[in-house]
Write a protein that binds this ligand. Structure first.
Ligand code: FAD
Length: 434
């Protein structure tokens, strides 16, 4: 008789917080007899950064707590325990490995500096564990594009046209088994207070009044595509500023992986087949390609995306006036349109794409402030913070990234064009800041 040892797989959840279309979960179930999972609220993510902001503010923290609660329930339904800790992964994972005799570890591949450092610290302590990691955050998988990372084009359009012509999107992965196991799990999800915040209620005018979690993401998709059919008008409304429906609002769920871009893509295809295929349905895919593009740019340029000269290594004169930075943050600049957007961000953790472009351009191009400080403030506040999209867009707007035209936004003209009746500005400028 061959000696068949039963295998135990551990899934280390990071920014892939879903059950549907999850490569780690899919492979762990396929290749192991016992499957367990872990999520670490890393205390370093709630500390203060060198620019003086909390790395994660209350909006994203709350969204994450909701997301983990949902993930735990959904994994429970297939009998996989999700152990949750407020601890560093390099402390927790070696202990779990020892207790449960883990053979295989599964995780989503990350490549930015902080993530890589933590990964190395974990690996050093579990040398006899087989590690499988996956690029599971992309629409177009790195193995399916015709560029290696170093030859990713400088210009988005070149990248997009190539992948549209030569690459295709993989099918979503589905799991149709539940495990025959019963493993006790006494860990508790930390509360917002445990993470250092006071509980709060979402602002009445928030453009993102939604909750975290995979089901919430899928509900939103169902509403935006199939119930309201707003997807069919997306290109006309996407530059809006007020309300929940001018754009998809998928970004917070995409950022922590509650939904995969492939799931969105295949639902767009289904909408096109069953309802309508037009410029708007295409444009949502176009925007998801932007999201991929900034991930590829960060793969290509590594830590340069965090440097003041950006990926172009430009040496502009940047200021760091505390009073100008504070005025920008508090919505007290000389530009009401910038102010309204900054107040919205402070009150809700959300800002539209149009708003982000304007306030970032104003910060870097008009005030000539070190763009990394603005990016760091966004990192703290945004409910949908994504390292690649945030730093990629900030570099782009600040003239140290992928904008071949190096444009400066004319804030007054932008306000006239996108908020001609002043509805958005009125909504937020009347707010008193705490
Ligand atoms: P939709 O218009 O419905 O677009 C659908 C999806 O496409 C988005 O959810 C997003 O995943 C992707 N997408 C759209 N525009 C962009 C873009 N310019 N770059 C990359 N992906 C895009 N997006 C983040 O997800 N996280 C960030 O931290 C972030 N920081 C930004 C900082 C600046 C300075 C700027 C100008 C943009 C930033 N963006 C960021 C991109 C964009 O503003 C948001 O993705 C978008 O506003 C989210 O709203 P939505 O989901 O309704 O977008």
């Amino acid at each position: 008789m061959p000696n068949i040892k039963s295998k135990t797989g551990l899934i280390w959840f990071k920014n892939n917080l879903r059950v549907k279309d999850n490569a780690c979960l899919y492979n762990a179930i396929k290749k192991n007899d016992t499957v367990i999972a872990v999520y670490c609220f890393d205390p370093r993510d709630y500390a203060t950064t060198p620019f003086g902001f909390k790395k994660t503010e209350k909006f994203r923290a709350q969204f994450l707590v909701e997301t983990i609660a949902s993930l735990k329930t959904k994994l429970n339904a297939i009998h996989i325990p999700l152990f949750v800790y407020l601890e560093k992964p390099e402390t927790v994972i070696p202990q779990i490995k020892k207790t449960y005799k883990v053979d295989n570890l599964y995780l989503q591949k990350e490549w930015t500096q902080e993530e890589t450092e933590v990964y190395k610290k974990v690996c050093e302590q579990i040398k006899d564990v087989q590690i499988s990691s996956y690029y599971d955050q992309f629409l177009y998988h790195p193995e399916d594009i015709s560029f290696d990372f170093q030859s990713i084009p400088k210009i988005f359009t070149e990248f997009r046209k190539n992948i549209e012509k030569f690459s295709s999107v993989r099918q979503s992965l589905t799991i149709d088994t539940e495990l025959n196991q019963k493993i006790e799990n006494k860990t508790k999800i930390p509360t917002l207070e445990d993470l250092g915040f006071k509980s709060f209620t979402s602002h009445k005018n928030s453009a993102f009044p939604f909750k975290g979690g995979e089901d919430e993401a899928l509900n939103r998709l169902n509403y935006y595509f199939f119930e309201s059919k707003k997807l069919g008008f997306y290109k006309k409304t996407r530059n809006g500023l007020v309300g929940t429906d001018f754009s998809s609002k998928f970004s917070p769920w995409l950022a922590n992986g509650s939904i995969s871009p492939k799931t969105i893509y295949w639902n767009i295809k289904s909408f096109e087949k069953n309802h309508i295929k037009n410029e708007s349905t295409y444009w949502l895919i176009f925007e998801l390609i932007w999201r991929d593009y900034f991930k590829y740019i960060s793969l290509k340029h590594g830590n340069n995306i965090f440097k003041i000269g950006g990926i172009l290594n430009k040496s502009y004169e940047w200021k760091s006036s505390n009073s100008l930075i504070t005025k920008w943050i508090e919505g007290k600049t000389t530009e009401p349109f910038v102010n309204a957007n900054m107040i919205e961000l402070k009150k809700t953790g959300w800002m539209s794409n149009r708003g982000r472009q304007n306030v970032a351009s104003y910060f870097a191009k008009n005030l000539k402030l070190d763009w990394r400080i603005g990016a760091s403030y966004f990192e703290s506040m945004l409910i949908d913070y994504d390292v690649h999209s945030n730093y990629g867009n900030w570099m782009y707007v600040s003239g140290v990234g992928n904008d071949p035209r190096d444009r400066t936004f004319n804030i007054k003209l932008q306000a006239e064009r996108y908020d001609s009746n002043g509805k958005f500005q009125n909504l937020w400028l009347q707010e008193t800041l705490f």
